[in-house]
Design a protein around this ligand. Structure first.
Ligand code: ATP
Ligand code: MG
Length: 180
């Protein structure tokens, strides 16, 4: 599985529909300060189900909607599509390509779609569950959290590595079965 592309429309500084293509392997996003690099990782977090506006560097969830600039007026809806290549079947669905979509209207209404079909946030989380992606995982490390990881206790750092390696879910399952 790999990220094929990200489509942003009305999300933060991306007022117009922007398609960002990615390649398998390592990709880098470069640009001057304030050009929207972190907004791209915010978009990835958001479409994967992030509910805490602060984790998206905002005060309220509405802050993800393009708020207007000197050249353009604000828009009423933010939308992000995350296009995943699933030819290796990492995600437990019968599609070689999975498009996850999240929308938020200024009225507060929001929706998730999986390959265009209206879905629940839970369905999105379910699909991602064993993939190492998703909220709460450390597949995305923000500028600020790097310091706290470097300064954390060895036990905590080990937990992070285990989670990133996909060991944590097996530990949780083991603990659960031992409790039964
Ligand atoms: P740096 O190199 O400093 O980390 P960056 O490329 O990561 O910069 P971002 O933080 O992604 O930059 O982008 C910041 C820009 O996004 C600011 O100009 C800010 O005004 C704009 N922005 C954030 N939210 C919105 C919004 N809702 N509507 C319009 N513009 C927004
Ligand atoms: Mg940044």
């Amino acid at each position: 599985m790999y990220l094929k592309s990200l489509v942003l429309k009305g999300f933060k500084s991306f007022a117009d529909r922007s398609v960002l293509p990615f390649e398998p392997g390592l990709n880098a996003v470069v640009g001057p300060n304030g050009s929207g690099k972190s907004n791209i990782s915010d978009a990835v977090l958001w479409v994967l189900g992030e509910r805490n506006a602060k984790h998206l560097r905002g005060q309220a969830m509405e802050d993800v909607i393009f708020a207007g600039s000197t050249a353009r007026k604000a828009v009423g809806v933010a939308e992000v599509d995350l296009v995943l290549d699933n030819t290796d079947g990492t995600l437990p669905v019968d599609f070689s390509e999975v498009v996850l979509t999240r929308r938020l209207y200024r009225t507060g209404e929001s929706e998730y779609l999986i390959n265009g079909a209206v879905s629940r946030r839970l369905d999105v989380l379910d699909i991602l569950h064993d993939s190492g992606l998703g909220t709460g995982t450390h597949s995305i490390i923000s500028q600020g959290s790097l310091d706290s990881i470097l300064q954390s206790r060895p036990e905590d750092r080990r937990a992070l590595v285990e989670e990133a390696a996909g060991v944590l879910k097996h530990k949780q399952r083991k603990a659960k079965s031992e409790r039964k």
